[in-house]
Unconditional design. Sequence first.
Length: 304
Amino acid sequence: MIELIATAESVHQAKSLLNAGVDTLYVGEDTFGLRLPASLSREEVKEICYIAHENNKKVCVAMNAIIHNDRIKLIPGYFEFLQELMVDSITIGDPGVIHLLHKHQVQLPYVYDPHTMVTSAKQVNFWAQRGAKGAVLARELTYQELTSIATNATIPVEVLVYGATCIHHSKRPLLTNYFSYTKQQNENNKNLFMAEPKKSETHYSIYEDINGTHIFDTNDINLLPYLEKLVHARILKWKLDGIYTNGQAFVEIAKLFAEAKQACLDDAWSKQLQENLTTKLIEYHPHKRTLDTGFFLKDPADVQ
């Protein structure tokens, strides 16, 4: 069964995404999770869990931050909170957090998600032997590589089918340092970007939060035209990331992927449907942000 996973920036948007056909909501707070569209309070996460479970849908909570000593002591308490909510799964990328999960005998299924690190079936299976119920594959993988991993992995694998790709993460507060040095005020954290001096078309989005500084690729990923290829490869966990696509626009894009999902399940996928859905997606996608397929269509030999 295909699972459509989407980030949620608020309780209101979470409700809309469930109505749009999303199967699993991905939420959390930035103390424990990385690059979320919004850091939600525990009360908001609690309400989202209640709404999702009332609609027979799922909630996955982000715990995939790189945890330093100042936050490791907070992990057991957060585990307890999530167990009380009966969340359906969590994402973890830090082995120290996995150690605490086992040490405290926490009954929460976890998906292994260290971002750029998962690039082979052997790594997926290594964490499967240590309790992982799924794994998020790196976004810098080609279709050929994704197919090979999915074929040989012993647990389900997840891929990003829509959203921004982070290409650099530093714990250092680079923006704070920059604005301090230049004696400027940073008033809009998520609208900042960098460009290469000789490539004016580049647009590397950059922002800073509690976890440090994050830089994103110029182009966001859109694999909607190639969903049938993912089905053939048995890659059935599809992630939509709305970190730079806010509000109702992201909900409308989720509806398009839900329609595409149903067409794949009904064996009704066609070139005409794919073109129609892609045209609509481009209309809802932020106009200042460009789209491509990332590494998906590249030859592995050409990726250096």
